[in-house]
Design a protein around this ligand. Structure first.
Ligand SMILES: Nc1nc2c(ncn2[C@@H]2O[C@H](COP(=O)(O)OP(=O)(O)OP(=O)(O)O)[C@@H](O)[C@H]2O)c(=O)[nH]1
Ligand SMILES: [Mg+2]
Length: 332
C-alpha cells in the first residue's frame, strides 16, 4: 500500500529541497513530519524523518557553538510540594499527561519534538499541589542542551515511555543513557531516602507508561516490566482514564515521602484546606517548624485529633505525626 502522501506534505518536501538556510531546512522538515499521514505504511518514513530532524538540529547547535535558541532556561522556580520533571523519548505523551492533569499551556501533537521548552504545571493529588515540568524530548539522536541541567535541580523525575510505540522497550534505555551521561541516577524511593552529595545527582522517580488505552498496551506493559526488571516502579497512565491519572498524581506525591498534617488554632476549626507536609517519621516539632519558623523553639505541647487517638489528646515534643493528623500547637 502506498503512503498516500498529501499535497501539504509534497509542498513541505519541495520547500525542504529548495531550502538554503539551516533554519528553513528545520522548518520544512518539521512541517513534513507534521503533514506525514501516520499509519503502518509510513512508520519507517516517519522514523527516517525524525532522525534527519535530530541530525539537523544537532548540526545547528554545533554551528551555533552551544545551546540553540531553543535551549532550555536553567531554572524553574519550585512550587507546591516540590518539582517532578518529566523525561522521555519523542511523542511519549509527556505533554498530554501534564495537560490532562493541569491547565499548563502544553503543546500536544501527533508528531514528535513539538515541545521545545520546559513548561511547568501544577497538578493536584487531593489537597496537595505538586509541580510537574514538561520538557523537550530526548532520543539517541537529539537532546536539548539545557535539559539535563534542569533535571539535575528537580526534586524527582518521571521517565515517560509510550506503550503504543514500536520502540517502547527501547525508550527507558534512551532516557537512562541520557541521564547517565549527565551523571544523574533515577532510583526508587523518596527525596529523603535517596543519597544527596557532590558529583552525581540521585533523584527518586518512577516510569510512567503512557497510552495504556492502546490495544497493544497490556502486552507492552508486561514486556516493559521485564526490560525494566524492577529498576523503577512502573505506573500505567491513559489521559482518558481519571483513575490512572489519579494513580500518577499519587505516585508523584509518594516521591516526596511526606505525610499530611492539618493545623488547628485553639478555639477554632481546623484548616482542612491546606495541609502541611511533614517528612514521614517526623515529629510534632517538625510540624511546628513548618507552621511558623519560631515554633520549634517555642513549642510547649500540642493536642492531636486523628485516627486511633482520643480527641484532643495531649502530646509532647517527641510525638511522631501521622497522615491526616489535626494538630493544635501551644507555644510559649
Ligand atoms: N490514546 C491516547 N493518546 C495519547 C495519550 N497520551 C498521549 N497521547 C497522544 O500521543 C501523542 C503524543 O503526545 P504528546 O503529549 O505530544 O507527546 P510528547 O512526549 O509531549 O511529545 P513531543 O514533546 O512532541 O516529543 C499525541 O497525539 C497525544 O494525543 C493517552 O494516554 N492515550
Ligand atoms: Mg511534548
Amino acid at each position: 500500500m502506498p503512503a498516500n502522501l498529501t499535497q501539504q506534505y509534497m509542498f513541505a518536501e519541495e520547500r525542504f529541497k529548495a531550502a538554503t538556510t539551516h533554519e528553513e531546512k528545520v522548518d520544512a522538515l518539521e512541517e513534513m513530519i507534521r503533514e506525514l499521514p501516520k499509519h503502518k505504511h509510513t512508520e519507517k518514513m516517519f522514523a527516517d524523518l525524525k532522525t534527519r530532524l535530530s541530525k539537523l538540529r544537532r548540526e545547528g547547535e554545533a554551528k551555533a557553538g552551544g545551546p540553540s535558541r531553543h535551549a532550555t532556561e536553567l531554572v524553574i522556580k519550585k512550587e507546591g510540594a516540590g518539582q517532578v520533571i518529566l523525561v522521555g523519548g519523542p511523542n511519549t505523551g509527556k505533554s498530554a499527561l501534564l495537560g490532562a492533569l493541569s491547565n499548563a499551556p502544553v503543546e500536544v501533537t501527533e508528531y514528535p519534538f513539538a515541545t521545545r521548552k520546559p513548561v511547568p504545571g501544577m497538578i493536584a493529588f487531593e489537597d496537595v499541589r505538586i509541580q510537574v515540568v514538561d520538557t523537550p524530548s530526548v532520543d539517541p539522536g537529539f537532546q536539548d542542551p539545557g535539559l539535563m541541567p534542569l533535571v539535575r535541580q528537580a526534586d524527582a523525575a518521571v521517565i515517560c515511555v509510550d506503550l503504543s510505540a514500536p520502540e517502547c522497550l527501547d525508550q527507558p534505555g534512551w532516557a537512562f543513557t541520557a541521564l547517565e551521561e549527565a551523571r544523574i541516577d533515577v532510583v526508587p524511593g523518596t527525596v529523603f531516602s535517596v543519597p544527596r552529595g557532590p558529583g552525581r545527582v540521585v533523584l527518586p522517580g518512577f516510569i510512567a507508561a503512557t497510552r495504556a488505552d492502546h490495544p497493544d498496551a497490556p502486552l507492552a506493559l508486561e514486556l516493559l516490566a521485564d526490560v525494566v526488571g524492577g529498576r523503577l516502579p512502573i505506573v500505567a497512565t491513559s489521559t482518558g482514564d481519571p483513575a490512572s491519572l489519579k494513580g500518577f498524581a499519587r505516585a508523584c506525591l509518594d516521591l516526596f515521602g511526606v505525610v499530611r498534617v492539618y493545623s488547628k488554632q485553639p478555639q477554632k476549626d481546623a484548616d482542612m484546606d491546606a495541609p502541611f507536609l511533614v517528612p514521614a517519621g517526623g515529629t510534632v516539632l517538625d510540624f511546628a517548624e513548618r507552621v511558623h519558623r519560631d515554633f520549634r523553639e517555642r513549642f510547649d505541647f500540642a493536642r492531636v485529633w486523628g485516627p486511633g487517638k482520643y480527641d484532643g489528646q495531649r502530646v509532647a515534643r517527641d510525638y511522631q505525626v501521622e497522615e491526616g493528623d489535626v494538630i493544635e500547637l501551644h507555644v510559649r
